[in-house]
Design a protein around this ligand. Structure first.
Ligand code: AMP
Ligand code: TRP
Length: 332
């Protein structure tokens, strides 16, 4: 599909770090699927970003392919959006270098994700971990993006891309729009085991529900979710609130949610009933995604074709922008 520059452009991406969880889906991917019908969308697999954490090169091709299959099985349609791999388009790193020269170091040092990841990976605090949001700004601005659909934890990075756009425009002349973050109604799904923290795979098995986990595992994980908090008393416990959030976001009937909520308010709710309803709803939501994925796996040629087409379209725009940028910077 050729690009139509008249349309408003959205851009987002995910790292190929393994199987996605329902937080990734409800916080970002599900939104992409809806937005592809309204905007010209570019969705990428950010393999360069994934290199900032220690990894085995042997696994990378499989991880990338897995994420493409996940994108397609959740409903991204290559007829409606452009899907490509970040490292296939060298203009991303070219622009990132230029942005490195105008990004204040202090802005990068205060990024919460940088602080968290530096704590988690003390033996590998590489420069890429610090400049990660600069590459992300390059990803976004290369396409003159106006909106970035992501989960809440990426808001600070999108904000940085606005700072970079503003600074570039001021120094070299108006070039980039300032992109806005686009959140879903559930921008932060919480962990099942520690509901005060966001759902994340790195915390361990019992904390998340994988999009491709089998129904029995999903049910077991939900049935053992933490519901009571020691804080107790008046406020709804974080774990219960999270289960209600997941229930609604996964498409449960409003009458079912209302009924469970009524029981909660009357203090007659059995948490096992709430959990059982959540398990049924999550399983019903992932079932068609899992089936679609099995079908797609039968046709590896299709994945290659999708990426080839997506790359071609994205590269044409990337080359145009980098030319303009280099001219403005006095490099051409
Ligand atoms: P990650 O691979 O964890 O960096 O996340 C990929 C996308 O999913 C990003 O847009 C994140 O903001 C989003 N995301 C990650 N974890 C959650 C969560 N627990 N709730 C909602 N969105 C999330
Ligand atoms: N940092 C994002 C994450 O970890 C991934 C990402 C890289 C991204 N480049 C992007 C997201 C550009 C949106 C736009 O989830």
């Amino acid at each position: 599909m050729p690009p139509s520059t008249s349309q408003k452009i959205l851009f987002s991406g995910m790292q190929p770090t393994g199987e996605l969880h329902i937080g990734n889906y409800l916080g970002a991917l599900k939104n992409w699927v809806a937005l592809q019908h309204e905007y010209e969308c570019f969705f990428t697999i950010v393999d360069y970003h994934a290199m900032t954490i220690e990894y085995d090169p042997k696994d990378m091709p499989e991880r990338v392919k897995n994420l493409i299959l996940t994108y397609l099985s959740t409903g991204l349609d290559p007829e409606k959006c452009h899907i490509f791999i970040q490292s296939h388009i060298p203009e991303h790193t070219e622009l990132a270098w230029i942005f490195n020269t105008i990004t204040p170091l202090g802005e990068l040092e205060r990024m919460t994700q940088f602080k968290d990841k530096s704590d988690q990976h003390r033996n590998n605090i590489n420069a890429g971990l610090l400049t990660y949001p600069v590459l992300m700004a390059a990803d976004i601005l290369l396409y003159k993006t106006i909106g970035v659909p992501v989960g809440e934890d990426q808001t600070q990075h999108v904000e940085l891309s606005r700072i970079v756009a503003r600074k570039f425009n001021k120094l070299f002349g108006k070039t980039f729009p300032e992109p806005k973050v686009m959140l879903t109604p559930t921008p932060r799904i919480m962990s099942l085991a520690e509901p005060e923290k966001k759902m994340s795979k790195s915390r361990g098995e019992k904390h998340y529900i994988g999009l491709f986990e089998d129904p029995d595992t999903i049910r077991k994980k939900i049935m053992s979710a933490v519901t009571d908090s020691s804080a107790g008393a008046k406020k709804m416990p974080a774990g219960v609130e999270n289960l209600f959030t997941i229930l609604t976001a996964c498409g449960a009937e409003t009458s079912l949610v209302a009924n469970l909520m009524e029981h909660y308010n009357e203090k007659t709710l059995q948490y096992k009933d709430l959990k059982s309803a959540v398990a049924d709803t999550v399983i019903a939501m992932v079932e068609p995604i899992q089936t679609k994925r099995k079908n797609l796996e039968q046709n590896p040629g299709y994945v290659t074709e999708v990426i080839m087409n997506g790359t071609e379209t994205a590269r044409a725009i990337a080359q145009q922008t980098i030319k303009e940028v280099k001219q403005k910077c006095g490099l051409l």
